[in-house]
Design a protein around this ligand. Structure first.
Ligand code: PBG
Length: 331
């Protein structure tokens, strides 16, 4: 790098006024950077606040449609849907994931009917449907089996695509599922349905509030370490991403977000594909808790953390703060 030295070079010069800072900003947030995760529940006119996620609720399908309208008005391009399946519809094999009239499919159809121009991303994994809370099928020892799970994930993906999902997002971390799902989508006439792979998804302590929201937390015994990644690893994340790209992922995701900015930056540098981050439930809860005790200004904390994802190389970020942040930016 060719540089002058002080005092010819004063890096504070370009920071001295607001107009100059605006002109020199290397990254910028816009509402189109956000994907808004929403939790769906049964009923009508139903809102169920989630205790561990203050400010986030589950909504019945009719009210999810209202959220979709709000998102579109705020400039958010895409929603991510997660169902809180009724307890009596959860089973060891997660068969409800294949039901064309399950809560998820009804929510997809309702949104696509009412707000056809907003994108709908759907999670593919069995944890909202299994009686044991794991993302896949178990053998007699309780191990999550890979290949048999993929067969169900293919059916789940086709079910969601038939209901109108625009982006299939496998979050299950089974080996080989992206290729298998891509092939099935092509065969069934869903050539334009995208796959956003949860490529580097870590076995994280930050998912707790999400599991409360989809009702799997109380069911889950043990952990997900036999399929989700070890937080100690980064080279392995690059291998995961390389595989998912080779299998046909249109974009890749790193999850959680803030504690894994190093992974995002390495993935972006290495592969030059669209990278998204999931700022997960525990991160949201952490920011809200910090703001609630006066440890920082809520709006500033939210926007700074979201901007950090852009700086690290993200095309966008899944965040529970999406609507709030989009409105802040639009104002
Ligand atoms: C399900 C899934 C999880 C999240 C997204 N999809 C939880 C998990 O893997 O246990 C977490 C999202 C969040 O914490 O906000 N496979």
């Amino acid at each position: 790098m060719t540089q002058a030295s002080y005092p010819a070079l004063r890096l504070r010069r370009t920071r001295a006024s607001a107009w100059s800072r605006a002109m020199h900003a290397e990254n910028r947030l816009t509402p189109s950077d956000f994907i808004w995760p929403l939790f769906v529940t049964e009923g009508s006119r139903a809102e169920e606040p989630i205790k561990s996620l203050p400010g986030v609720s589950r909504w019945s399908v009719d009210l999810i449609v209202e959220r979709a309208r709000e998102a579109q008005a705020a400039g958010i391009p895409c929603l991510a849907l997660f169902p809180n399946t009724q307890p009596d519809r959860r089973s060891d094999d997660g068969a409800e994931a294949l039901n064309p009239d399950n809560l998820m499919c009804r929510a997809i159809r309702a949104i696509k009917d009412a707000v056809p121009d907003i994108g709908v991303l759907t999670d593919v994994a069995l944890d909202p449907y299994t009686a044991h809370g794991q993302d896949g099928l178990l053998d007699e020892t309780g191990y999550v089996v890979n290949d048999a799970t993929i067969d169900v994930l293919i059916g789940q993906s086709l079910n969601q695509a038939a209901a109108g999902a625009d982006i299939i997002a496998p979050s299950d971390m089974m080996d080989g599922r992206v290729g298998a799902i891509r092939e099935a989508l092509e065969e069934e006439g869903h050539a334009n349905v995208q796959i956003m792979a949860y490529a580097a998804k870590y076995a994280s302590a930050f998912y707790g509030p999400f599991r409360d929201a989809v009702g799997s937390g109380g069911l889950l015994k043990g952990n997900k370490k036999s399929y989700q990644m070890d937080p100690a690893n980064s080279q392995e994340a690059l291998r995961e991403v390389a595989l998912d790209i080779a299998e046909g992922a249109d974009s890749v995701m790193v999850k959680p977000g803030l504690p894994y900015l190093d992974i995002i930056a390495r993935v972006k540098d290495r592969f030059e594909v669209p990278v998204f981050a999931y700022q997960v439930s525990g991160e949201y809860a952490m920011l809200e808790a910090a703001a609630a005790v006066g440890a920082g200004d809520r709006d500033a904390l939210v926007l700074e953390t979201l901007l950090a994802f852009k700086r690290a190389g993200c095309s966008g970020v899944l965040t529970y703060h999406a609507l709030h942040a989009a409105r802040l930016l639009g104002a």
